[in-house]
Design a binder for this molecule. Structure first.
Ligand code: ADP
Ligand code: MG
Length: 698
């Protein structure tokens, strides 16, 4: 059969070099296979007309037939909009435009019959349809029909006539040239066991669905396929590591650990910390290489666990390092750890991009000689110049920011594979963890140090500011401090900074008796530090900021976190911000300020924040509401998952099922060496060819 991933799309009629280039750049399509796996993101059933009375929450795109009653322009500035009141005799619905208002009024007339096509959005008790497609009734035959696929396209693609319709035409031409057949990727046994349709059928139905039912079966098959191969790869890697890789053995609990534990540690470990230490010690004594994910909410005490592990490494004559994603975090880890170790006889170094050359050269020597036991740094640690004498433990403070490839470079610079502990403060939902870290063992710190009161979260509308100010004044009078945070969204920085600066003026006006300070990303580092310092020392009572305070600040006396335009933040980000308060023993508060007009989904998001303090529940909800691609930073960070069809938020069950079947296959045939499993082996190696090396570490 034709090797689909080696055949360029330029072989298709109508795809010249220019279009091929745009397809590659904009949609990542180069080969026949890329094209076949470029799936529609939605299907629209244009065979049926809905009635206005039938409209419910959560509907897909629908079409209506009816007439306009009136047009009206409302609002000012950003909220300026045109409302067209539309009826089909069963009810009235508002059609809304935020752009092209003049054009709308010109183009459509009251009383004439139209076909309206769009997605109803719920607002409290009513619905409207923003920016619908509208056709005059005369076009009915042309625009209505069966299930129509819609392919993702970009502006650049559309400009070169690569719209959804064009993509569909290419799919047709390609499938026709293949006589509507593609090579199967699963074994007959798996197909039977899992009850899946063939790949040929699935590819055909995904692009040219004959019915909703057949489409669903095709989607299920393709999701299963995608998740199955991810799991097969992960489980194969994990089993390889468990059976073939030798781990360093740390049998000794020695002087460093014991001295610290008995004489320096200022408090008892929590039960969760003790349990996690036992799990880690067991790994380190097992003769297998540890690959463990340590999850724990902000402030749960992961840094201390990391330190204890590093002392164990030192007791066994190995070095240890922590790699943090940013310089601020590396500095903070260093400060925390030096504080814990004050007076102890052990050499610790900080190595980041801003370490001066002279100091740096000295450090490099001391790291290479083994004199320095603990190194804390950023990705500066993985530069070639850094040679460890005997790295036994690599701790990676991850927060979704390191790519797996980067992690493995730490390992390559060593004769032996160190133990690896990945720490994450952003709770990762189970399905995502299974996909990103499915080959790691997991430890969870599910308990905060004693004496912390859970933060109380409130939701307030921004037209009720006076009450909020009263509340803040009361807290400040009692000696507390307040954070006020504004969103900073890419693409609207200008407006966002303006909002912050205006807010700053308002707060100075409202609180003339107190000191208000402000920090944001555009300030010079020195100014930022100075403002920050005012807040840390208590000279300022109110700190106003963009999200720069998300990481790194620890002011236990701050008890109130006010989040402006809370509706514009993601749930996980809100949770991280909330973690900035509640660090002392006083009752703390998080106030989510939003506009009054909220979509139901946004309202739900804010409700989740008010009702839950549990980072895991929140991350799960976030994943459900937004899909994994939007989880803070996940996409950019190169986590290595680029799912074409499966959705980790919605397809948890399929994922688990695919994992079980992958495990069964490997249990029976660990090396995939049997004749019938050859197809699996070839495909997994092809799909993960580039990743196989770094797959070894985590
Ligand atoms: P994380 O890294 O998980 O965000 P940290 O290790 O920074 O958490 O700990 C947060 C704070 O709690 C620190 O000030 C730390 O000293 C303190 N802490 C950690 N463990 C305990 C404990 N068992 N008892 C009391 N305080 C603790
Ligand atoms: Mg920490």
């Amino acid at each position: 059969m034709l090797d689909l991933d080696k055949r360029s799309v330029t072989y298709l009629a109508g795809v010249g070099p220019k279009k091929a280039e745009i397809l590659r750049k904009e949609a990542n399509i180069s080969s026949y296979e890329d094209l076949l796996y470029y799936f529609p993101y939605k299907y629209i059933d244009r065979s049926r007309f809905y009635k206005v009375v039938e409209i419910r929450g959560n509907m897909p795109y629908i079409q209506l037939k009816g007439r306009f009653l009136s047009f009206e322009t409302l609002g000012e500035g950003r909220t300026r909009r045109m409302i067209g009141r539309f009826t089909d005799g069963t009810g009235i619905i508002d059609l809304v435009w935020f752009r092209g208002l003049a054009y709308v009024k010109e183009k459509y007339s009251i009383g004439k019959e139209y076909i309206v096509f769009g997605k109803p959005t719920e607002f409290g008790q009513t619905y409207n349809i923003p920016h619908p497609d509208i056709d005059p009734i005369e076009n009915q035959d042309q625009v209505t029909g069966g299930l129509t696929p819609y392919y993702p396209t970009t502006e650049k693609m559309k400009k070169s006539f690569l719209n959804s319709r064009a993509i569909q035409n290419y799919q047709y031409a390609l499938l026709k040239s293949l006589e509507w057949r593609v090579q199967e990727t699963l074994t007959p046994e798996i197909l039977r066991k899992a009850g899946m349709v063939s790949l040929t059928e699935a590819i055909r139905q995904i692009h040219f669905p004959e019915s909703a039912e057949k489409l669903q079966k095709a989607q299920l098959r393709l999701k299963f396929d995608e998740l199955f191969y991810i799991q097969l790869n992960i489980l194969r890697t994990a089993s390889f590591r468990k059976t073939k890789l030798q781990g360093l053995v740390f049998p000794v609990v020695g002087n460093y650990f014991n001295t610290f534990y008995k004489d320096y540690l200022p408090f008892e470990l929590t039960n969760a910390q003790k349990r996690v230490m036992r799990e880690i010690r067991k790994d380190m004594g097992s003769g297998r290489q540890m690959n463990r994910l340590l999850q724990g909410d902000v402030g749960s005490g992961k840094t201390l666990v990391a330190l204890l592990c590093m002392l164990l490494a030192a007791d066994n004559n190995y070095q240890a390092c922590i790699m943090a994603p940013t310089e601020i975090l590396a500095n903070q880890h260093y400060a925390t750890i030096m504080n814990f170790l004050q007076g102890m006889d052990i050499k610790v170094a900080l190595l980041t991009g801003s370490t001066k050359k002279k100091v740096r050269n000295e450090l490099l020597l001391a790291i290479a000689s083994g004199e320095i036991k603990i190194v804390i740094g950023t990705h500066a640690l993985i530069e070639d110049a850094v040679m460890f004498h005997s790295l036994g433990l690599a701790i990676i403070d991850e927060q979704h920011r390191f790519g797996v490839e980067q992690r493995s470079r730490l390992w390559k610079k060593n004769r032996q594979v160190p133990h690896v502990l990945v720490m994450t403060a952003t709770p990762i939902p189970r399905t995502l963890a299974m996909t990103l870290y499915g080959d790691l063992d997991v430890s969870v710190i599910d308990e905060l140090p004693p004496g912390r009161k859970p933060v109380q979260t409130l939701h307030r509308y921004d037209n009720k500011k006076a009450e909020l100010f009263d509340f803040l004044r009361k807290e400040i009078k009692a000696g507390r401090q307040v954070y006020v945070v504004y969103p900073l969204i890419e693409g609207s920085e200008k407006v966002d900074y303006k909002n912050l600066e205006e807010g700053f003026e308002v707060f100075k006006d409202v609180f003339p008796e107190y000191t208000v300070c402000m920090v944001h990303g555009k300030m010079k580092a020195a100014d930022k530090d100075a403002e920050m310092q005012k807040f840390i020392t208590g000279e300022a009572q109110i700190l106003m900021a963009t999200t720069v305070i998300e990481v790194g600040v620890n002011v236990p006396n701050a008890t109130v976190m006010v989040i402006e335009s809370a509706e514009r933040f993601g749930l996980s980000q809100l949770h991280q911000l909330r973690g900035r308060v509640g660090r002392g023993s006083d009752q703390s508060y998080c106030v989510l300020v939003s506009s009054y007009k909220l979509s139901n989904e946004t309202r739900k998001r804010l409700e989740i924040m008010v009702n839950s303090n549990n980072g895991f529940d929140i991350a799960e909800a976030d994943l459900r509401l937004r899909g994994h691609g939007d989880l803070d930073g996940t996409r950019q960070s190169g986590t290595g998952i680029d799912l074409k069809i499966a959705n980790l938020g919605a397809d948890g069950q399929i994922l688990q099922y695919a994992r079980n079947i992958a495990q069964e296959v490997l249990d029976a045939d660990p090396d995939l060496s049997s004749g019938q499993n050859r197809v699996l082996k070839e495909r997994v190696e092809k799909l993960f060819a580039r990743k196989i090396n770094w797959g070894l570490i985590s």
